[in-house]
Structure formats: C-alpha cells, structure tokens
Design a protein around this ligand. Structure first.
Ligand SMILES: Nc1ncnc2c1ncn2[C@@H]1O[C@H](COP(=O)(O)OP(=O)(O)OP(=O)(O)O)[C@@H](O)[C@H]1O
Length: 381
C-alpha cells in the first residue's frame, strides 16, 4: 500500500532562507504521525507543502501514491488547521464548524451535518458554546473551534499545526487523550506538528524529528527514546533533559570524565541499530547520556554490574510528587528525578551517592562542528 503522505527530496526556500532542505517523509495509512522540532525547523512549511499552499522548488509530494504536482490545495482532499486560525468572528461557533460541510465538495444533508458538528463539538468540550459568536470566545475556545472545523470534514488526511498550543495544561492533556481517541476511531491519517516532546510522545504512532529543514530521525516513541540518532534527538525528549557528560574512552574500554573527576570502568553500549557499531577506540572523545529518571540515590538499586557515582548535592527542586536533584560531579552538573521522600534529607553540599544500571547509559561521540554527536559515527583510533 502506498504511503498516505510521502515527501521526497523537498526543497523550499524563502529568499535566502532555506526552510526545507531535501526533506523526506513517509506517513502510513491511518497513522498518527507527529513532526517535532524547534522553532524555525520547517514544520509549518512541511504542512503547507503537503496542503499545496507552498510549492517546493524541487522534490515531490504524493498523497496515496499520486504525485500532487500541479494539484490545487482544494483538490488534495486534506484538511489543515493552522496555529493562527482563520475563523469568522461574527458568526457563531456552530456556523464556523458547519461551514466547511456546506461547500460544494461535501454538501452534506443538513441533518448529517448537524450530527457531525454536534459530535465534534462534544468531543472538544465546546457543545455549550455553539450559539456564541467566535469573537466572544477565549483563545483556547477559539482554538478548539478551529480544530473542530478540520475534524468535521471527511478528509484523506488531517494536517494539524500546534492545535493545542493555546490551551492550559489541564485541558491540553484532556484534549490529547480525546485526539488520540478520535484518531483511533477514524483511522484518518494525521500529520501533527508540535514543538512539545511530551505531546509527541503521547500522541504519535510514530515521531519524526526535524531540524534545519531535514528529518533527523523517524521512529516509534521507544526507538526515539532508547536509540536516539544523535545528541540533538536525545536532548529533544524528556524533561528534565538527558544528562550528557563529556569524556574519553580509556585504554580498558571504560570512560573517564573530561575533568578526570570520575571513571566508569566499562562501557557497553546498548544493542540496537544505532549502537551496533564497534565500540569507540581508546582516546575517542565521547559523551555519556543518562536520563534523570534512570539515576537513583544511594547504591541500594544496584544489581550486578551497577555503576556508582559520588558527588555533592547542588540544589533540589520539588516537581509535584518527585524531586529534581542536581548533583555536582566535579565540573559537571547531573540532574536526577527521584521520589520526593527519597530527597527529603538532602542538603546543599552534602556528599551523595548515585547509581545507574549500565544498560541505561547511552554513548555518543562528542558534539563538534559537523553536528551533534552520534553513536559511533566516526570512531577513530
Ligand atoms: N513566508 C515566509 N517568508 C520568509 N521566510 C519564511 C516564511 N515562512 C517561513 N520562513 C522561514 O522558513 C523557516 C522555516 O519556517 P517554518 O515556519 O516552517 O518553521 P516551524 O518549524 O514551523 O517554526 P515554528 O515552530 O516557529 O512555527 C524559518 O527560518 C522561517 O523564518
């Protein structure tokens, strides 16, 4: 079966600004695909190119296997929701939701249109606001109307650009769950743009990480989390961020930190495609990656082969039921997230023992001018 959405070698520049730099992307039929990247990475341009609102200078966009070159946006059969939503402010929320269904393309019978609008409005929690002019709704409510305008349409694909960005945290979380449920029920292919990694992990059947107009890595949440392509991808997921500790491979295949403050006797990179390269040679400059939730206080959790580090408490910060503890390890700061009770007795400057299972360590090369470090890209002797 051809991909629902396929981009090949897409180039798009605005004057001297390259927005898409040979972008390749495949979204499967019925898939909920999240495109994640920092501001300016090319996310919106990707959506607009799929929708036909921007023409690439080179490369192709295909929908269901058909090349869309020269096909007008209206004829592409995709429904797009922008972050800056275009609604009719003087018309009611109901009218705004129903108007796409009155277009000659759908011309749904009135009763069916009413039913569709009602169902989408209930799903988005705006059922009670339908009579109100959109100009008199809050930003968050307007955003839900804009999203509703997309979801009411029968479409071959939904293109959603940060559709939850104006909602408060609680509503965002609730809407995420709803969106996931709609996706599952409708099985309509969805390309969803976000710069929020939590959202991408929660929603995406697969995730594509975009940087400077190119896809850096595509994968399931497990692949992206456990086998990040490089330190840029590793840093993009998880709050607090992954710890990256610079150092060198020792003669015995261990790791010594750049300031020689601590050593890890043996580094065994986790198996998997990204790590199947041979271990770096002694002297190679590398970075050890360890996620804050994979570190524990004390040595009690250590099974055989566990790794222990000794540092001093720098600062603690309560995050709800957990506490983030920042530990000074020589010149490095290392962050860990532990149950609040475990961190209760910690005082600044007190010595502290940390432990981590060896399989939780990720090994990257040093970041350099060629880009973020990858697992064993240029292993040198
Ligand atoms: N109409 C335009 N004119 C000139 N430059 C543009 C235009 N639209 C986008 N760009 C540039 O193209 C690049 C990609 O922009 P794009 O909006 O696709 O990024 P994005 O990942 O969606 O960012 P954000 O998360 O901030 O919305 C940026 O450098 C941006 O400044």
């Amino acid at each position: 079966m051809p991909s629902a959405i396929s981009l090949r070698g897409v180039h798009k520049a605005y004057g001297r600004n390259t927005a898409l730099d040979g972008l390749d992307l495949d979204v499967g039929q019925g898939e909920f695909f999240c495109l994640l990247g920092p501001s300016g990475a090319g996310k919106t341009t990707t959506l607009k190119t799929v929708a036909g609102l921007e023409q690439p200078e080179s490369g192709t966009v295909s929908l269901d296997g058909t090349d869309m070159t020269g096909v007008e946006p209206y004829d592409r059969g995709v429904a797009m929701c922008f972050e800056s939503y275009a609604l009719y402010p003087h018309r009611s929320a109901y009218d705004n939701l129903a108007s796409p269904l009155r277009s000659p393309r759908y011309k749904l019978p009135a009763a069916e249109a009413r039913e569709r609008v009602g169902a989408v409005a209930d799903l988005l929690g705006i059922g009670a606001l339908l009579e109100r002019p959109v100009g008199r709704l809050s930003n968050g409510q307007r955003q839900r109307v804009a999203l509703g305008r997309v979801l009411v349409r029968p479409a071959r694909a939904f293109l959603l650009d940060e559709p939850l960005s104006h909602l408060d945290a609680k509503l965002r979380q609730a809407m995420r769950a709803e969106l996931k449920a709609i996706g599952a029920v409708r099985r309509t292919t969805t390309l969803y743009v976000t710069h929020d990694s939590v959202e991408a992990l929660a929603l995406g059947d697969r995730i594509g990480v975009i940087r400077e107009g190119r896809i850096v890595q595509t994968g399931t949440r497990e692949e992206i989390w456990h086998q990040p392509y490089d330190t840029f991808v590793a840093r993009s997921f998880g709050r607090p961020r992954i710890n990256l500790l610079p150092g060198t491979i020792t003669r015995d295949g261990g790791f010594v930190s750049a300031d020689r403050f601590f050593e890890i006797p043996r580094i065994t990179p986790a198996p998997g495609p990204a790590h199947s390269v041979r271990p770096p040679a002694p002297g190679t400059r590398v970075q050890i990656g360890v996620r804050p939730r994979d570190l524990s206080l004390g040595s009690s959790v250590l099974g055989p082969g566990g790794i222990e580090l000794v540092g001093s408490v720098y600062i603690t910060e309560v995050l709800g039921r957990a506490t983030e503890v920042t530990v000074r390890l020589g010149a490095q700061h290392l962050s860990l997230v532990v149950p609040r009770a475990d961190a209760a007795g910690l005082r600044p400057d007190a010595p502290v023992r940390l432990s981590v299972r060896p399989e939780s360590l990720l090994l990257f090369e040093a970041d350099d001018t060629e880009g973020p470090g990858r697992p064993g890209r240029r292993v040198t002797g």
